[in-house]
Design a protein around this ligand. Sequence first.
Ligand SMILES: Cc1ncc(COP(=O)(O)O)c(C=O)c1O
Length: 454
Amino acid sequence: MNPSKIEEKARLGVSRVPKSLELYDRAKELIAGRTHLFGRRAEMHAYGISPIYSARQQGGYFWDVDGHKYIDFNMGAGAVLLGHAYPTVVRAVQDQAAQVTGLSINHPLELETAELLAELVPCAEMVRFCKGGGEANAVAVRIARAATGRDKVAFCGYHGWHDWYLAANLASESTLSKHLLPGITPRGVPRELEGTALPFEYNNLDSLRQVLKDHSGEVACVILEAARSYLPEAGFLEGVRDLTRQQGAVLIFDEVVTGFRIARGGAQEYYNVIPDMATFAKCISNGFALGAVAGKRAVMEVAVDSFISSVYWAEATGLAAGKATLREYLNQPVCAAVQDFGKTFVVGCLRVIAECGVPASMIGLPFFPSLAFRNLAPELLDPLVTLYMQETAKRGLFGGPGHFFCFQHTQSDLAAVVEIIGAALATIRKALDEGDISKYLECPVRQSGFRRLV
Ligand SMILES: Cc1ncc(COP(=O)(O)O)c(C=O)c1O
C-alpha cells in the first residue's frame, strides 16, 4: 500500500493513527525535513500504523495523539535511561526554571555538573558542555584539530550531522553507507573538506593502521564508539590506543550511547582503555538538552585558544537535569538494572524466535539488543522489519528492531513485550511460509537508507 492510499484511509477515518497523520501532513508543509530527528520520519516506520506524534510520556510508556498507549522500547532514541518524567530530574528542572536559567553571567551548576562527570568518567579531567551529541563531537574534533595543528579525522561509526563528518561522502557517496546510512548526499558540505574525514573499519586494526600510514602526520584525531552492535575483539581498543599514541593523534570515544549505560563510567571504564577525550549526550540528562566533552587536561586546555562558544550551552535547566541525572547514576544501580533487564529480554526473545522458527537472532549489547533477520534475501529485510513494526505497534509496543530500556520498565512490561514480539514473529512466520509478505502488510514498506522525500 502506498503512502497516499494510507492518507486516503486516514481521511476516511480508518487509519489507526489519523491524528498523527494529520499532524504529519502539516509538518510536510511547515517543518523543513519533516522531523527534527531523521529516525522519526514516519516513512521509516509502519506508515499509518506506527505512532508519529506523542501526547504524553511517563516512566516506561508513552501515549500517542490518537490515544494509544505504548510500552516505550525506544526511550527517546536511548536518551532517557531513568524513565520519562523521572521525578527527581523533573523537580530539579522545575526548581531551576523558577530561578531562571542564568544566562547573563555564568552559573555554579556548570561546576557542580562537571564535578559529577569527573567523578564518573575516567578521562574527565576537564569538561565542556553543549546541547547534544553531534555538537559534542564537533567541539571535540575542533579541540583535537587545535591541539595537534592537523586537519584530518579518522572515524568509524555514526557521529552526528556536522560538516566534519559528512565530508566523508564528498569523495564517494557510499563512504557512510557502512557507518551511518546508505544514500546520504553531502549537499551543503563544502567540497574543500574532501579527504578530511577518513573511514576505518571497526575491529580491524589494520584498516586504521593503513589510514594512519597513508596520512602520516596529518591525522588530528581518531573517533569511534568503543562498542555498540558489536563488541571489541581482544586487543582492538588497546591497539587503537597504542596507534593513536604512536602517531600523535588524539583518541576520542563517542560515548553518546555507551556513556552511563555499558558501565557507569562508560565504555572507557568497562574496557579499561582511557581515551584523550570522550563525548556524551542523550542519557547524561535523561532527555533534557545537554551534551558534554570530557577529557585530559593537556588536550582540553587548548579550548582556551580556540573560539568555541554558544549562549545556550550552559543554559541552567539542562545542567540541572544533568546534575540530577548523574546523581542518580552515582546513587542507584541504574546501569546494572538496565543491563539485567536487557539480558532477560534477550533470553525471552530468543525463546519466541525459536518457538516461531523465524530465521532471526538477537545482536548487540544487553542495553541495546536488536532483532536481526538472518539467511534471507536482502530484498525481504525491509518488508519484514515493516511487518515487525506494524505488528508490534498494533499491540502496544514501540521500538525495534533495536530496543532501548529504562530503569522504570518492570518485569511485567518485559513479559508483555516478549509476548507481543512472539505474536509479531508468528505473523512473520506465516508470511514467510506463504511466500507473501505483502499479504500481511497494512502499510507501505518502510524507508531504510536516506532518501529525498520531496
Ligand atoms: C554514537 C552517536 N553519536 C552521536 C550522535 C548524535 O547525537 P545527537 O542526535 O544528540 O546530535 C548519536 C545519535 O544517535 C549517536 O548515537
